[in-house]
Design a protein around this ligand. Sequence first.
Ligand code: PRT
Ligand code: MG
Length: 215
Amino acid sequence: MQNPQTLTIAVSKGRIYKDSMPLLAAAGIEPLDDPDQSRKLIIPTTREDVRLVIIRATDVPTYVEYGAADLGIAGKDVLMESDADSLYEPLDLNIACCRLMTALPEQASHRQGCLRVATKYAKTARWFYAKKGIKAEIIKLYGSMELAPLVGLADCIVDVVDTGNTLKANGLYADELIAHISSRMIVNQASMKLKYNAIHDLLDKVATACQKPAA
Ligand code: PRT
Ligand code: MG
């Protein structure tokens, strides 16, 4: 039987995992398996009362909203796009930072009428263009957005940009900033009440660790 005070933290593999593990280590939480080597989706940690679940970045808000995980680490881009609307978002971890931007082909012709926008951020893109009063048809994609303007699927894209190298390699340039993005710690509302002490202690230690400059 799982201890009722056990904390489950949802995190995705890749850049968020890499950048968040040093922060969790400040709360004494170190994974006992490497998710890149192991096929296990539930990873025990050096703290008996804490375990990690390894899931897709876009699934993290869902696991936390339904209480399958007490806490999660998710990019603000994913949170803006998510329909999970009853989460606490108490801590900006300042990791996996990037910018959510519109991007256009370098030789974009001036377009009249409805703009076609390819993106995996359909909800955020719809909000952004509506706010600007621009009529836009949003085409939902699941990856390689940069290709869409090159093959005539869309006039522009909305995607996250870090160095800008991916855009440049595909003849695109970043145009308008939609939002600065970083990863956030999110918490299930019931867990926040029922496991108040454990969660507050963890948030305090992680908050202190993310304010320290990286060694
Ligand atoms: O990859 P997968 O489909 O499994 O899921 P995911 O793409 O959601 O996960 P992952 O690990 O790639 O990204 C997790 C989070 O990291 C995102 O939700 C963002 O909050 C954050 N992040 C930070 C980024 C980047 N930087 C980033 N550069 N996410 C994606 N990119 C991609 C971008 O989509 C583009 O393809 O990197 C490319 C651009 O990088 P530059 O350096 O060439 O500009
Ligand atoms: Mg990715």
